[in-house]
Design a protein around this ligand. Structure first.
Ligand code: ATP
Length: 244
């Protein structure tokens, strides 16, 4: 499995937000998508999800473009959005059932996986509740359970740590590691650099809609010509650079 974003220029209107963006995520790898507010992280993710169309460039998941087969393309991807998307008229149980239908999952084998995740995130007693009335963190957990009960090949998580308590962050990182070990590819956008540094194998640093640098922390340190730095130091240095 490989996600390939190749020379993508795109955004919301005539003036592009993303400019010639190229990076890849391989199977069994966690890649951190890092950048300041407005750098283009969510815009990149919207292009991968097919919510926006590139003006130029190409995105493939396992060699497949969205235009070739929309359903097959989307079923390979599980997505945790930045803000929870919940249906006011559906219970938690119905949200899970709907996700199983959308991903063509066998309920018999998927419900035990869902149950395990629900217990982990302390939502197992709330199946008949309406998530629209949940707390911010609980809503986020519903999105996480829906995404991680699938057997997607690519997981895309947009700012997953916002609103989660430390225990939930710990549990989410453990789930992400388990999916990685099982061979999934994971793209995770975050501002919580300590979590990114701890869990990601490689980083893509976005600045003003361009990939400023990418690689392992060691490679980035070498590229930025800094010694003994953390991801946070690189981030600060990048943020001081003018748009190119
Ligand atoms: P953050 O860390 O704040 O979530 P981000 O890196 O995810 O930032 P994006 O949301 O991708 O940033 O925004 C990149 C640029 O695209 C910004 O200049 C923003 O104003 C613009 N943008 C985002 N959403 C829209 C929209 N719906 N219509 C027009 N422009 C938008």
């Amino acid at each position: 499995m490989t996600l390939k974003v190749e020379h993508v220029t795109g955004g919301y209107g005539a003036i592009p937000v993303l400019k010639d963006t190229t990076f890849a995520v391989q199977a069994g790898e966690i890649v951190g998508l890092i950048g300041l507010n407005g750098a283009g992280k969510s815009t990149t993710i919207k292009h991968i999800m097919g919510l926006l169309q590139p003006q130029t460039g190409k995105i493939t998941v396992n060699g497949l473009t969205l235009a070739q087969d929309l359903t097959a393309y989307r079923q390979q991807i599980a997505y945790v959005p930045e803000l929870p998307v919940l249906y006011p008229e559906l219970s938690l149980k119905e949200h899970l059932t709907l996700t199983m239908l959308a991903y063509d999952l066998d309920p018999q084998t998927t419900w035990p996986k869902a149950q395990e995740l629900l217990e982990l995130f302390r939502l197992d007693k709330k199946l008949d509740w309406f998530p629209i009335n949940f707390s911010k963190g609980m809503k986020q957990k519903v999105m996480i359970v829906c995404a991680f009960m699938t057997s997607a090949k690519l997981y895309i998580i947009d700012e997953p740590f916002t609103g989660l308590d430390p225990l939930a962050v710990h549990d989410l990182l453990a789930i992400v590691q388990a999916k990685k070990k099982a061979g999934a590819a994971i793209l995770m956008s975050t501002h919580i650099l300590a979590n990114a540094e701890q869990s990601a194998d490689r980083f893509v640093l976005l600045n003003h809609g361009r990939v400023r640098a990418q690689g392992t922390l060691e490679q980035l340190k070498a590229e930025f010509n800094l010694e003994a730095t953390s991801l946070e130091d690189l981030y600060v240095q990048m943020s001081e650079e003018a748009p190119r």
